[in-house]
Write a protein that binds this ligand. Structure first.
Ligand SMILES: C[S@@+](CC[C@H](N)C(=O)[O-])C[C@H]1O[C@@H](n2cnc3c(N)ncnc32)[C@H](O)[C@@H]1O
Length: 223
């Protein structure tokens, strides 16, 4: 069995063993497919990882940047405390429409606020409105935007906020300082910002699975 086939087999085993993907999550994927949206959501194991992190920090307020059809959003919303809220930001109104229906079908729509538009503008609007700080932030939109999203997220954070960002390893390409790929350059700038920001303690965890070889950046606001 090749490396990739083995990673996928283990991901399927994890999904089955921990009964991660239920009817609502599968319906969200089906709705995304039916609407012709790209299948670039986190894996079931990735979704459960986010869910467990949100539970671990006792998240009441979660900010997600990059909604797609709501798959990771459902995992996150299900971890919220009863009075909790997920604010999720999406550029594409078509994606947002599918996500709204997926949140309703999963029974979490009352806990989700979906804002449509460029995330940098939504982040500025949230800061301008004096939004309460978020307990957890999940960054998963366009990669060249990651540095801006980090700056915007820090304005909406407090000491103890957990910041998670997906796709920061990119099949290992992140280690190539000479890469001309704008996605690689974006995540390299983002990782450098995480490393240099005195308010943060951060690192990167490499992952393999049905989505190939990639990784999550994890950071905590320490002051
Ligand atoms: C990788 S997908 C998000 C996947 C989702 N977090 C999940 O795992 O289920 C990235 C999403 O970010 C959105 N996006 C891209 N550029 C954006 C921007 N400038 N502002 C807000 N969202 C953006 C895309 O339309 C897409 O739906």
């Amino acid at each position: 069995m090749s490396g990739e086939a083995r990673w996928s087999a283990v991901d399927r085993y994890v999904d089955e063993t921990f009964a991660i993907e239920d009817e609502a999550l599968r319906a969200a994927i089906d709705a995304g497919k039916a609407a012709g949206l790209p299948e670039i959501q986190v894996s079931p194991a990735g979704g459960r990882f986010l869910h467990v992190l949100a539970l671990a920090v006792g998240a009441r307020r979660i900010l997600e940047i990059g909604t797609l059809f709501g798959y990771s959003g459902i995992h996150l919303a299900r971890a919220l405390t009863a009075d909790g809220k997920l604010v999720t930001l999406e550029l594409d109104p078509r994606h947002a429409d599918v996500a709204r229906r997926s949140f309703a079908h999963a029974g979490v729509a009352d806990r989700v606020e979906l804002r449509v538009g460029p995330a940098s503008e939504s982040l500025a609007a949230l800061a301008g409105e004096g939004a309460a700080p978020f307990d957890m932030v999940f960054i998963d939109a366009d990669k060249p935007g990651y540095p801006d999203y980090l700056t915007g997220s820090l304005r909406l954070a407090r000491k103890g906020t957990l910041i998670v960002a997906d796709n920061v390893v990119r099949g290992g390409a992140v280690a190539d300082a000479a890469s001309a790929d704008e996605n690689v350059r974006g995540v390299r700038r983002f990782n450098a910002m995480l490393a240099a920001e005195p308010r943060l303690r951060a690192g990167v965890l490499q992952t393999v699975g049905v989505k190939g070889y990639d990784g999550f950046a994890l950071a905590v606001v320490v002051r």
